[in-house]
Design a protein around this ligand. Structure first.
Ligand SMILES: [Zn+2]
Ligand SMILES: [Zn+2]
Length: 252
């Protein structure tokens, strides 16, 4: 089994010392571990503390070019965008697609939302509400937000689904499948049940295993997802970055 690439890695461009390493350091670790490709996916622009800034993108591009040359690892430029409204808005704009090779999206705390109501309904309600026993209203609101985001944006990967924002997992996964979006098996946390995963797999949902590394040494550490796949006997053919170069389905 070969892990072709790791498509969720953070660098120091996730600000305030949230991401620890440089792009070259992430790429060097990937090279040492035999990965062919990585994506640099710092936190989205609306994250109040950790978000990458649009004005840093030219520097990110330049560092990527250099790191590719030094390591021979192919590097995609991406972002881990944030869900910013109950109407499925995400913190990317049309012009961002000029530089984005890959778009990841997930729910995060401390994100600037589109309006005060959504700050209360999506951010505060999920922050302080139970992760395990959400009210039906909250579950529906979260699920609808993800479904609308999948419909509105060319999202390649949903990151750590349900982490801090419980949804109807299967409804989101089915829409993801329909839209050509991958469900991430995150290197640190998987917030759905074995049964949900088995149903997703049987329905043809596609997965990606990623590290979600915030420091260079964790790049390529995807065992959390890989072990889950082997434990449940999920078909490797549905895991896009094991033994093959992943094809991201979104057109932009
Ligand atoms: Zn982070
Ligand atoms: Zn995340």
């Amino acid at each position: 089994m070969i892990l072709y690439g790791d498509y969720h890695t953070h660098t120091k461009y996730s600000r305030h010392n949230h991401g620890k390493g440089t792009i070259l350091e992430n790429a060097s670790v990937a090279q040492n571990k035999g990965l062919k490709q990585i994506a640099i996916t710092d936190h989205g622009f609306n994250h109040m503390f950790y978000g990458v800034r649009r004005k840093d993108i030219p520097a990110v591009k330049e560092e990527i070019l250099n790191a590719k040359e030094v390591t021979g690892v192919d590097i995609l430029l991406g972002v881990e965008a944030n869900l910013i409204s109950s109407d499925g808005d995400v913190d990317v704009v049309e012009q961002d697609f000029e530089f984005l090779d890959i778009l990841l999206m997930g729910h995060h705390r401390m994100v600037k939302m589109t309006n005060r109501k959504d700050y209360i309904d999506m951010m505060i309600a999920n922050w302080f509400g139970s992760p395990y026993a959400p009210s039906k209203e909250r579950l529906n609101r979260n699920t609808t937000a993800f479904l609308k985001a999948l419909d509105k944006y060319p999202i390649d990967v949903i990151t750590h689904l349900n982490y801090g924002c419980p949804t109807d997992t299967l409804a989101v996964a089915r829409m993801a499948k329909e839209k050509g979006t991958l469900i991430e098996l995150n290197g640190k946390r998987i917030n759905f049940t074995d049964q949900e995963l088995e149903i997703m797999a049987s329905e043809g949902v596609k997965f990606i295993v990623d590290s979600d590394a915030h420091s260079p040494e964790r790049v390529g550490e995807c065992n959390n997802g890989i072990n889950t796949i082997f434990r449940l006997g999920l078909p490797l053919s549905q895991v896009v970055n094991i033994d093959k170069l992943p094809k991201f389905a979104q057109k932009r």
